[in-house]
Design a protein around this ligand. Structure first.
Ligand code: FMN
Length: 217
């Protein structure tokens, strides 16, 4: 199914949903957002490249009680089992796997979502530091002027955090903070999580029937 999406440079690009999207999970609070996004993309038959920071694994254990295996090959399987999705939709790569497709612009990956995004990862990307595959993948997306969505989570925010977000926003990065609205009268935690995840899917240009659209009731 072709998908139209507006890229960071403002151009409209028609993409097949068979082109993998890179999903990075970092050590900010809100691991549930990442898992729900992966589940929703898998339901849309959307292949994904997945990268987790070391801190993301700690947060997954703390918040979801999900302790992932150290072996990267087994990580996709563990996440697929947790989410009841097909393991084949996810390719997980190690944090220092420089041979992985997201490490190079020539792989042609058009879209990346960092969800949730820690202030540490945000700072490193904003300053061009590419010590891990997450940071390198984001650096590649920026240099190629493709679509990067970050879902930062921290409160309160310091001037440093805000400056990094502004710097990235000026480069065309979508800053989509984990700040759910309450005007749709959420009844559950899942409603709040879906509020953010559906906004991410909308921004990716991926068709969704679940988006809560103001004025549609
Ligand atoms: C349970 C838990 C929750 C955390 N929540 C946040 C958060 O909301 N935002 C943030 O920037 N860092 C948070 N941190 C701290 C980051 O995990 C830490 O700065 C880490 O170095 C980030 O590394 P990464 O960017 O490579 O994932 C949290 C850590 C833990 C253990």
């Amino acid at each position: 199914m072709p998908v139209d999406s507006i890229l960071a440079n403002g151009s409209v690009c028609s993409m097949s949903s068979t082109t993998p999207i890179t999903i990075a999970i970092t050590g900010a609070s809100g691991a549930c957002y990442a898992l729900r996004l992966i589940q929703r993309l898998a339901q849309q038959q959307q292949p994904m490249h997945l990268i987790l920071s070391d801190a993301a694994r700690v947060v997954l254990t703390q918040e979801i009680n999900l302790t992932l295996p150290e072996d990267i090959g087994d990580t996709s399987k563990a996440i697929a089992n947790q989410l009841h999705i097909d393991e084949k939709q996810i390719n997980t790569y190690g944090l220092h796997d420089w041979m992985a497709p997201p490490a190079s612009g020539s792989a042609g990956i058009q879209r990346m979502v960092i969800i949730p995004c820690s202030m540490g990862t945000l700072a490193r990307i904003a300053n061009g530091i590419s010590n891990t595959l997450i940071e390198r993948a984001a650096d590649v997306i920026l240099k190629e002027r493709r679509q990067l969505i970050v879902v930062p989570r921290e409160t309160p925010l310091s001037a440093i955090h805000l400056e990094h977000m502004l710097k990235l926003a000026r480069l065309g990065v979508h800053i989509l903070p984990a700040m759910p609205g309450f005007y749709h009268r959420p009844q559950s935690l899942d409603d709040l999580v879906d509020f953010i995840v559906e906004r991410v899917l909308d921004t990716l240009g991926i068709a969704t029937n679940h988006a809560l659209r103001w004025g549609s009731q």
